[in-house]
Design a protein around this ligand. Sequence first.
Ligand code: ADP
Ligand code: MG
Length: 684
Amino acid sequence: MKKELEIFTFNDLLDLFPYRHLDRTKINLIREITPETEYIQVAGRITSVGVLGEARSRRLVAELRDASGVLELVWFQGINGMQKLLQVGGEYLVFGRTGYFQGTPQITHAEIEPFVKDKTEGQAFLEPIYPTTEKLKGKGMGGRQLSKLTQVLLGLVKEKDLPENLPEAVLSYRDPATGQPFLSRYEAYRQIHFPTHPDLFLRAMYRLKFEEFFIAQLRLGLIKSRRHRYSQGVAFTQVGEFFNGFYTQYLPFELTGAQKKVLKEIRRDTGSGRQMNRLLQGDVGSGKTIVALLAMLLAIDNGFQACLMAPTEILARQHFEGISELLKELPLEVRLLTGSSRSKQRKEVLAAAADGKLHILIGTHAILEDSVLFQRLGLAIVDEQHRFGVAQRARLWNKATIPPHVLVMTATPIPRTLAMTAYGDLDYSVMDELPPGRQPITTVHRYDDRRPQVMDFIRHEVEKGRQAYVIFPLIEESETLDYENLIRGYENLKAWFPEPRYWISRVDGRQSQAERDTNMQRFLAKDTQIMVATTVIEVGVNVPNATVMVVESAEKFGLSQLHQLRGRVGRGREQSFCILLTSPRLNKEARERLNTLCATNNGFKIAEKDLEIRGPGDIGGTRQSGMLNFKLANIVQDRELLELAREMAERVLEKDPDLTAEENRGLKVFLQGQHGKTQWSKIS
Ligand code: ADP
Ligand code: MG
């Protein structure tokens, strides 16, 4: 029981919420079962019981009859216990998820108990159904038994055992829809398990969902407000010659309003004497790199070193080359460190970082390794952080005695609700403006049978001197198959472009780093016109001359991934195109994704849609931190409640930043009691 459901204490048991309630007074007829039926409760007589099959297919099969029909009950586990319980001729009450086997309705691992006619009298209005596991069911600890245990426990629990944790200021809130206050914590727990009225059940849900959000927001808010008040940070007090010199002489373009705004925010943060922890959200192509570079120059002007981390070698290298080029007239030491750096070169880089000769270090995860020490690291930037776990971000902090300022830049926008939950401890900047002169990318969806036209189109663009990407999916489960598809696609393309003047590069995960680099390099240098690749090039790659992005089997990609891929084109002044190729058989979700993509180029809108379709999932590498896993609340469906919780948490912390006031005592006690149970420590 402990292991299976992670229940160790009485409180854990109370926190195991029912996933639905069953009206116990309602007993269906077996005849009413249809292929659409999900769960059903029936009552009837067992007419036969027997063990069938051998080894793994060994199962207990019982036949249950009521006046209307026959239902088959099957158990693969807990056979012995169940066999003892079931008497042929006995009457039973059965609940479970229905299915069909060879035309007969069936319930596997049903919850079953002897049927007592008047049992429903004096019972709770609705009976809770708890999540349980097959193994526990086999041991006689199914949902029904859990329900009984919980009922007993709730009978013993006093108000003081479930003390109120919301402060008065929050409890005075009235739900605008109903005018009702929050239920007390004690009442909410009773009602969520054994509601005495459906309205009270809804209020219990409302209260407990709010509590989940509120506590989460409060924790994040506490981290943030403590950092704002107490954290030590290195102060970048001046804007010096590197920043100014670069800005006035080498900046290749005028900054957009959004870029300037973000730089101001960074200057304010880094000048405050507190550590900066800022999340920069900017759509694909909004120009985050130059912001990063200017921030690094600011650090250098103040006598500090800076580092920039990217999620892939290709990207790190590209940043290194781009930034070295931009800084080539300035006396600055910029170095690259990746997993494939040769040991001699690696040693040099490490030495330069440690003795302070190096000003900017660009690299991959390799920078996080303990052997990488800086003399005076003042700023760490994480680019395209989708692939960087939260824990890795924290490792950066330990690279200097006074933790460096941290700027995290996202690859694609994250919806506000999600950012609030996952990165609520960070300050937050948005770049919602693209550099001028960009033409919106034209996106179309085509079925595979139009490939010839698509090839003609590529040819047409290549003839104009442009370049094209053709991307193939590479999904882990079917890696070999996908790889074969990629190779076949590559061969096909060569057949479409047989003339010697056409050159095609290929970049995929099975190539060595050197091979990948060479191929990427050739494409960058325009030696090749077409790049066939898997999603290894997904983020960040910048080839402004490329104007066509063809995505093969586009239905296999997620929305933000497609948006990210599309962002590889439309980086120059020419009109660019994104062509999504799919098979004609598409499910509803895939169709919705493709339609969304064709309809908008706005990453913020796409992110919202993505969240809607997919649910929170693992956006932003947040899964391992457990921050999006609320028990009851759902950040998509309950986003208004999340907003409310955040506002209230902010209000509480504004008045009482350390929660020392008497009226927040209950809250503080609760937070301390929870400490260690959740994984909050991971992000702080
Ligand atoms: P992302 O935000 O996706 O990382 P990049 O930093 O790679 O975007 O910038 C995309 C392209 O836009 C680059 O070619 C960059 O040089 C260019 N760029 C960035 N800022 C501006 C600007 N203010 N005006 C014109 N072009 C810009
Ligand atoms: Mg970028």
